[in-house]
Design a protein around this ligand. Structure first.
Ligand SMILES: CC(C)(COP(=O)(O)OP(=O)(O)OC[C@H]1O[C@@H](n2cnc3c(N)ncnc32)[C@H](O)[C@@H]1OP(=O)(O)O)[C@@H](O)C(=O)NCCC(=O)NCCS
Length: 169
């Protein structure tokens, strides 16, 4: 994880973002249930720790403090996907979600991803504003993709800087 997380630290005094470990799983699963009507299971988070294709970051109010957010992204070849992002309802609007997303995009760049995808509920205006501010654009829809409640998914894509091709080669 690199500099991306640092760009938005001004509004999040003390917040630290680190790779999630097994010790974080119970807190993350609890946050997930607070943040989503159709949450991932605790087991699905456990399977992500120590998976080399996965970036799983946890944000805390301060080192050793309570978990306030997390992001999960995975990477295959030159593509990445932001698979999950959430911030505790008590800690929203302070830049934590932006910092987590920026950290995931920085990692995507570091791993050579050219495109990053994600899906978001059609009605999730706050998340869509956040993704739009980071250059994600709508490229399609999956009809009735989500459950509880049933709703369309909007598919977003962000293109990262293309690798530089040396004209002499
Ligand atoms: C989406 C979410 C992660 C944003 O986290 P956050 O820490 O509040 O985000 P930030 O404070 O970094 O704000 C980022 C941007 O989100 C948007 N935003 C945040 N709060 C908002 C609000 N109350 N109204 C409208 N837009 C808002 C703004 O675009 C904001 O950028 P700005 O501050 O430059 O205007 C958080 O709202 C959340 O966990 N929601 C529930 C789970 C979820 O929907 N996850 C995404 C699934 S795809």
């Amino acid at each position: 994880m690199g500099d991306g997380a640092r760009a938005t630290t001004a509004r999040m005094s003390g917040t630290v973002i680190e790779l999630a470990t097994e010790a974080d799983l119970a807190e993350v699963a609890r946050l997930e249930r607070r943040c989503f009507s159709d949450p991932w299971s605790a087991r699905s988070f456990a399977d992500l720790v120590a998976n080399s294709r996965v970036l799983f970051l946890c944000a805390r109010t301060h080192a050793g403090g309570p978990a306030v957010g997390y992001v999960v992204a995975w990477f295959v070849a030159d593509e990445g996907e932001i698979a999950n992002l959430a911030v505790s309802p008590d800690e929203r609007g302070k830049g934590v979600g932006s910092a987590l997303l920026d950290a995931a995009l920085a990692e995507a760049t570091r791993r050579g991803a050219i495109t990053v995808y994600l899906e978001v509920r059609d009605s999730n205006e706050i998340a869509r504003a956040l993704y739009g501010s980071r250059g994600f654009e709508e490229i399609g829809r999956r009809r009735r993709y989500y459950r509880r409640p049933v709703e369309d998914a909007v598919i977003l894509r962000r293109t990262l800087a293309s690798p530089v091709v040396n004209a002499d080669q």
